[in-house]
Design a protein around this ligand. Structure first.
Ligand SMILES: [Zn+2]
Ligand SMILES: [Zn+2]
Length: 151
């Protein structure tokens, strides 16, 4: 595991013991696989990945472990228009938003300080101190637009 992944992994172990939860060998495999896999994955996609590592691990165990990782603040659930829940690794200071292609499903991570501060300012205007936001942009990516022209 790289340094970030092993830090996240030890945070997970600490979370589990703090909450009196049993960190089984399977949960360890799942957590390690999750931290090592970049991107945004549905339960089904991630399960397929775990299955290749250990075919004895069931989808329910994968799902429960993902939930625990979310509870521990180490995974983030993301919801786009298609209604499929996806998971990504939550890293400190790694906040970003997403642009999603409605044709091929490509997901691009974006971060712009102007958007971040504008949202905070708007929150303040309404008397809120923001604790987070979900900001997804939708459109058609350049590859899909080019394909459309050929068809
Ligand atoms: Zn596309
Ligand atoms: Zn992301």
């Amino acid at each position: 595991m790289n340094e970030q992944s092993s830090k996240a992994f030890s945070d997970f172990l600490a979370f589990m013991s703090r909450n009196g939860l049993n960190t089984t060998a399977q949960r360890k495999v799942i957590a390690e696989a999750f931290f090592e896999l970049p991107g945004h994955h549905s339960l089904e996609e991630f399960y397929q990945h775990v299955f290749k590592l250990d075919s004895g691990i069931g989808q329910t165990t994968v799902y429960r472990t993902l939930k625990l990782l979310c509870d521990a603040g180490l995974a983030t659930e993301i919801h786009f228009k298609d209604g499929i829940t996806r998971y990504e690794v939550a890293r400190p200071n790694s906040h970003h938003d997403h642009i999603v292609c409605l044709s091929c499903g490509k997901i691009v991570e974006i971060y712009d300080q102007r958007i971040e501060s504008l949202q905070r300012e708007i929150g303040e205007q309404y008397g809120f101190v923001l604790s987070g936001h979900l900001h997804n942009l939708y459109g058609i990516c350049d590859v899909c637009r080019k394909q459309d022209k050929v068809d």
